[in-house]
Design a protein around this ligand. Structure first.
Ligand SMILES: [Zn+2]
Length: 285
């Protein structure tokens, strides 16, 4: 990983073919740097000879910091609600000094997706369901803001084979009514197919929730969390250590769905980010 990064400046000097090779290698080691709402900003925050700094986003959520070849790199999740323009992180060095570093988020137009849900209570929930939804919203907020100290592995694999049936960030209209943008990637797959952990980690939560159905949350470390939803079967338990690629459950259609698929979300510093940025390009489709 470090060697690949060291060769990065070489593309300026060598052929475009070499550039593609190097770029492909880097894409395996890190999420793609994409400064859009719902994207990821990879920012050098200190010389790697120095001690690891602590980094916080604008909402004071701690940001993952990875040891690169020549720099410590902050891996910042950008909120889908982020306005285009200048944003910043706060860097607190080991000797206690804090400084700000800016980065510019560009505009990105996500497409609109229209869906028809037969179970009307999943679109216009009744009073009893609303109580449950509010309770689960609080739980979800807490889960995606989890920060544990182990350094995450950022080379992800696609958790299940299948075509993309719902892109991240899509503005969604359920039964002609506007709802929140899509916070993950949908992968169409037959019910019962094995779902694999995208990266190593620890099971943070398992349960059956109103919208997302049977879910597994995995804590990969330093605020990097992944969510697998609408499962028919869960094979793991809270607190269990998970290897990359390990089967964690089966594809299903629990929760708010139009058919069997895996909904897969990735969170960084409490923000849902585009899971495609964590996959090598050729594996996205
Ligand atoms: Zn989805």
């Amino acid at each position: 990983m470090k060697k690949r990064l060291a060769t990065l400046p070489a593309f300026v000097l060598f052929s475009s073919l070499l550039f593609i090779n190097i770029f492909a290698n880097v894409a395996f080691a890190f999420p793609k740097n994409d400064l859009k709402p719902g994207g990821v900003a990879i920012l050098p925050v200190a010389n790697s000879a120095q001690r690891e700094p602590k980094v916080f986003d604008e909402n004071k959520n701690q940001v993952a910091v990875i040891h690169g070849k020549s720099n410590w790199l902050a891996i910042v999740g950008i909120s889908l609600d982020a306005r285009p323009g200048l944003h910043y992180i706060s860097i607190r060095t080991a000797n206690g000094k804090t400084r700000k570093k800016g980065f510019r988020v560009h505009q990105h137009k996500y497409r609109t997706q229209r869906l028809t849900i037969r179970n009307k209570n999943k679109v216009n929930p009744n009073k009893k369901s609303m109580k449950r939804i509010l309770r689960e919203m609080k739980l979800k907020k807490r889960l995606i803001k989890t920060y544990s100290n182990s350094e995450p592995s950022l080379s992800f694999i696609k958790p299940v084979a299948g075509r993309d049936s719902g892109r991240f960030g899509a503005r969604r209209i359920f039964n002609k009514q506007k709802r929140k943008p899509h916070s993950g990637m949908d992968i169409a797959s037959p019910a019962g197919r094995s779902i694999h952990a995208a990266s190593r980690g620890k099971v943070l939560y398992t349960g059956n929730l109103f919208f997302t159905g049977k879910v597994v949350y995995i804590d990969h470390g330093e605020g990097l969390i992944s969510l697998y939803a609408h499962m028919s079967k869960i094979n793991v338990k809270k607190g269990q250590t998970i290897k990359q690629g390990q089967t964690i459950g089966r594809v299903g259609m629990t929760g708010r769905v139009t058919g069997p698929h895996l909904h897969w979300s990735v969170y960084l510093n409490g923000n849902a980010v585009d899971p495609a940025l964590f996959l090598p390009g050729k594996l996205i489709k």
